[in-house]
Design a protein around this ligand. Structure first.
Ligand code: GLU
Ligand code: ZN
Length: 306
């Protein structure tokens, strides 16, 4: 029995892709008789809001996806993230990074940069001399804080995707605006909340090696991963607003009940759902992760129009 969770960023209404991931995460947990938690990942204080949070919780409730315990908010847990950062710093495993995005891009594409994957940090600030550091500090641009990473490929096994491997570079632990970084916060929270299984969208699969590495470094229990293949719009691109009725509210306005939306999402996860309308609780016994398609689900156009 591994506690499950859904951890949306409250920056707008949940779209069909998010709702499908939420249903999958809920089914994984409930099929094992496990608790299911909801965590609001509201570290992005520009876009996240309490209004979006309330709306998302309503959407989950309308679909019949219940959760256990209080909803926690990352914006209220900075002390935990800072404690983890302090621990890594005490062990000499962090360093300040003064680079702008542009500098990182340029350094990474310099002729002698080795074959680092796109977006990987080239290590510019890792071994700055005292003089170079003083000079950069004088620029008044506040630094981010990075992990002294292993610069090695770490692999994790994923219940849906198989083996996922990625280079773990010097990941950001605290952004230069003082906000703890997503990768750190997720690892700290999943452990603190006793989460044993992370079910989320496949676009985050490549983050799991970093998160696994951070968890082990912090001596935290590791989690099982299941990354659910993405939902694409009818044009084969990532689902977007322009695709039509992508939110639950829009689906309902288009004449579909929440139960009908659940039925459609459940079928896309490989469940047999002859009913037109269904509640998640009626699906628990029918859920089989082995039947989730390993490829993205392209939404049929008729689903997105009234
Ligand atoms: N907050 C992330 C998102 O909404 C999900 C993070 C996670 O599930 O680990 O994309
Ligand atoms: Zn740097």
């Amino acid at each position: 029995m591994a506690v499950g969770r859904f951890a949306p960023s409250p920056t707008g209404p949940l779209h069909l892709g998010n709702l499908r991931t939420a249903l999958a995460a809920w089914l994984f947990a409930r099929a094992e008789g496990s608790a299911f938690l909801v965590r609001m990942e509201d570290l992005d204080r520009v876009q996240a809001s309490r209004d979006h949070e309330r709306a998302q919780l309503r959407e989950l409730a309308d679909l019949g996806l219940d959760h256990d315990g209080e909803v926690v908010r990352q914006s209220e847990r900075f002390d935990r993230y800072e404690a983890a950062i302090a621990e890594l710093t005490r062990r000499g495993m962090t360093y300040p990074c003064y680079c702008t995005r542009r500098e990182i891009r340029e350094a990474a594409t310099a002729p002698h940069a080795d074959a680092a994957p796109e977006g990987a940090y080239p290590g510019t600030c890792r071994e700055l001399s005292a003089a170079a550091r003083a000079e950069r500090e004088a620029s008044e641009r506040p630094p981010a804080l990075r992990l002294r990473g292993p610069d090695a490929v770490v692999g994790v096994s994923d219940e849906l995707l198989g083996d996922v491997a990625a280079l773990v570079d010097d990941v950001v632990l605290r952004r230069n605006d003082g906000v703890p970084a997503y990768n750190l916060a997720v690892v700290v929270d999943d452990a603190a909340q006793g989460v044993g299984q992370v079910v989320r969208a496949a676009d985050l699969a490549s983050s799991s090696p970093r998160q696994r590495f951070l968890a082990e470094l912090l001596d935290l229990p590791t989690v099982r991963y299941a990354h659910v293949p993405l939902v694409l719009g009818p044009d084969g691109q990532r689902l977007a607003k322009r695709d039509g009725a992508v939110t639950l509210e829009e689906q309902v306005a288009a004449g579909r009940s929440a139960g009908e939306v659940v039925a459609i999402l459940a079928r896309s996860l490989g469940l047999d759902v002859p009913e037109a309308s269904v509640r998640p609780a009626d699906l628990v016994a029918r859920f089989d992760p082995a039947r989730i398609a390993r490829d993205p689900w392209t939404l049929p156009p008729e689903l997105l129009t009234p």
